[in-house]
Design a protein around this ligand. Structure first.
Ligand code: HEC
Length: 209
């Protein structure tokens, strides 16, 4: 369920961005074929209503299900940029104001970039990560428990987290998942040392019953 929502979110965001870039090219280059395409009703309904509604609803739904303490500054700025871009895009494109349309599209692009950056910067409790001695402390300090639950068995299924006691993947795959992340699981490459990833890999395995 969640993986599908995330996929839908990514597809609609990409389409939205693509259509806005095309529309911007039409506006900036005074290409009437493109401009008139976007005034046609079916295209307007698809882009302005269907696509943008799906991407906003899936985005808000995910946001509401992410543990509050994991909502970092980057994510908040990202959402701010998206909501700022919408009225600007409406004004820019409807009134043919090129500068405003450029700013609107730049904001959406910026939000997209921030989303990508955010994935690579999982929130951890840094001082606690430094002083963690046991793997369990490290699991908590790295906020693993916020998504996977205490001892990995109360996953936040709304965002697609997995019950680690039922996980069957290999050691290598566990390490890779912690390092690189996947879907809504952030990658810890920049936040944890190789040693710490190894410790967590052993810990994740030890949770299985
Ligand atoms: C923001 C929530 C979140 C945090 C924080 C998080 N995870 Fe995950 N984790 C997920 C999600 C979502 C998946 C499922 C990814 C997928 O396959 O779509 C996952 C999958 C995994 C898997 C793969 C399980 C399997 O069988 O496929 C492992 C192992 C794992 N997480 C360990 C950890 C560890 C260790 C930490 C802390 C260093 C951690 N996770 C932090 C959300 C999170």
């Amino acid at each position: 369920m969640y993986a599908n929502l995330l996929l839908l979110h990514k597809i609609t965001v990409s389409l939205f961005l693509l259509f806005y870039l095309i529309r911007l090219i039409g506006l900036l280059g005074n290409i009437s074929a493109i401009q008139s395409m976007f005034t046609k009703k079916p295209v307007r309904i698809l882009v302005d209503m269907v696509i943008s509604t799906i991407f906003l609803i899936t985005g808000v739904w995910m946001l509401l299900n992410i543990p509050g303490s994991l909502i970092g500054t980057l994510l908040i700025i990202k959402i701010g940029l998206v909501f700022l871009s919408i009225p600007l895009a409406i004004i820019g494109f409807k009134k043919n104001k090129k500068g405003i349309a450029v700013v609107a599209v730049a904001l959406v692009l910026g939000a997209y970039g921030l989303g990508e950056m955010n994935k690579k910067r999982p929130a951890v409790n840094e001082s606690m990560v430094r002083t963690s001695v046991t793997a369990n402390e490290l699991f908590v300090a790295s906020n693993c428990a916020l998504c996977h639950g205490v001892e990995g068995k109360q996953p936040n299924t709304a965002i697609g987290a997995i019950d680690l006691t039922k996980s069957k993947i290999s050691d290598d795959e566990i390490s890779k998942r912690i390092t690189n992340g996947k879907n809504n699981m952030p990658g810890y490459k920049k936040r944890l040392s190789e040693e710490q990833v190894k410790m967590l890999t052993e810990y994740v395995k030890s949770l299985r019953n």
